[in-house]
Design a protein around this ligand. Structure first.
Ligand SMILES: [Zn+2]
Length: 306
C-alpha cells in the first residue's frame, strides 16, 4: 500500500468518524442520567428492567466473573466516584466486602438487594454460613426487585410511578417463570432430582424445586470460613454420584470446570452441560438476562437428568 493512499485512508477515517465522536462527547444523553453501579450482572439486569433507559446502569462483574474472588480495579473505583447509587447483593457474596468498600471509599450510598430476605443457613464443615446465592428463586428475585425499585424511586422521585410500573410487569414475568420451571421439572422423577455442581451455589434453587444438591467446593470459591474445596467434600460428592446413580453433573460458567470434569471421570458420569451460577451470560447469549439464564439452566438440567 502506497504511503499516499494510506494517508488518504487515515484522513478519510478521521473525517468520517469525527462528527460521531463530537456528537457523542457533547450530546451523550447518558451523561445527565442518574448512574447506578451494580456489583453483579443479575443486579444490573433487575435494575435495567426497572429503570429502562432513564438511568445508566453498569455491572462491575462481567459475564463469567466470580464475585467471591473478584479484585476491584482502579477503573471500578473511578466508576464508584461517578455513581449516584451503588447496589450490592450482600450476605458476603462480594468477597471481603469489595462492593461496600468501593462505595464507602467513594462516599456513595449503597443498597443491599437481599435486605429483608430470610437467608438459608448452611452448615459448611461445622461452620454456620448465610448462603448469598439467593437470586436463584424467582420468589427471592422479587425481593431484590422490590428493594431496587424502592432505592431508585428515592434517587429519582420524579419517575417513581414509571419505575413502579416497570417493576410490576417484571414481577409478573418472574411469577410466570416460577410456574414454568415447576411445569418443566415435572418431567424429572423425584429420585433423579440430584444436582451436582462446582460450588455450593444452588441451595435456594434446589430447595425451591425439590432437588438435592452436592458440590465439592463450599459456599464460596474464595478463602472465607467454610469455603473452598476439602478432600472430604470431594469424596462425599463422588460417593453420592455413585450411590444415588446420578445421571449427569454440571459445570458452572463462573467457575473453572477442571474439578467437576475430574470428578465426572472418577465417578464415571457424564457432564450434563454448563449452568449460569454467579454471573449471567455475555450480551447476545441466551443467558444475558436473569430470566434467560434461569430458563437455560432449567433446560440444561432437564436435558441432563430426565
Ligand atoms: Zn458463589
Amino acid at each position: 500500500m502506497s504511503r499516499q493512499f494510506l494517508a488518504m485512508l487515515v484522513i478519510g477515517l478521521i473525517s468520517a468518524a469525527s462528527p460521531l465522536l463530537t456528537a457523542s462527547a457533547s450530546q451523550d444523553p447518558s451523561r445527565n442520567k442518574p448512574f447506578i453501579l451494580c456489583s453483579t450482572t443479575q443486579l444490573a439486569d433487575f435494575t435495567r428492567q426497572i429503570v429502562g433507559d432513564r438511568c445508566r446502569v453498569v455491572s462491575l462483574l462481567g459475564a463469567g466473573a466470580d464475585p467471591h474472588t473478584y479484585m476491584p480495579t482502579p477503573n471500578d473505583a473511578r466508576l464508584a466516584l461517578e455513581a449516584d447509587l451503588c447496589i450490592q447483593n450482600g450476605l458476603n457474596l462480594e468477597g471481603k466486602n469489595w462492593m461496600g468498600t468501593l462505595a464507602k471509599d467513594a462516599g456513595k450510598p449503597v443498597v443491599t438487594a437481599t435486605d429483608g430476605l430470610e437467608p438459608l443457613v448452611l452448615d459448611e464443615g461445622g461452620m454456620k454460613v448465610r448462603d448469598p446465592h439467593a437470586w436463584f428463586t424467582p420468589r427471592n428475585a422479587a425481593i431484590y426487585v422490590n428493594n431496587i425499585v424502592r432505592a431508585v424511586s428515592q434517587l429519582d422521585p420524579e419517575e417513581k410511578s414509571e419505575y413502579e410500573a416497570r417493576a410490576q410487569l417484571y414481577l409478573q414475568q418472574l411469577r410466570v417463570l416460577d410456574a414454568w420451571i415447576r411445569a418443566q421439572f415435572n418431567a424429572i422423577p423425584p429420585d433423579r432430582r440430584i444436582l451436582v455442581t462446582s460450588h455450593d451455589a444452588f441451595n435456594y434453587f434446589a430447595n425451591e424445586y425439590g432437588f438435592k444438591n452436592h458440590a465439592p467446593v463450599g459456599w464460596s470459591t474464595g478463602s472465607e470460613l467454610g469455603a473452598g474445596m476439602t478432600p472430604e467434600r470431594r469424596k462425599m460428592v463422588i460417593d453420592s454420584i455413585r450411590n444415588l446413580n446420578v445421571k449427569a453433573v454440571f459445570v458452572e460458567t463462573s467457575v473453572n470446570p477442571k474439578l467437576v470434569r475430574e470428578i465426572a471421570r472418577e465417578a464415571g458420569v457424564k457432564i450434563g452441560g454448563r449452568l449460569y451460577s454467579d454471573s449471567m451470560g455475555p450480551e447476545g447469549s441466551a443467558g444475558e438476562t436473569y430470566i434467560g439464564m434461569m430458563r437455560e439452566n432449567v433446560l440444561t438440567i432437564l436435558h441432563g437428568l430426565k
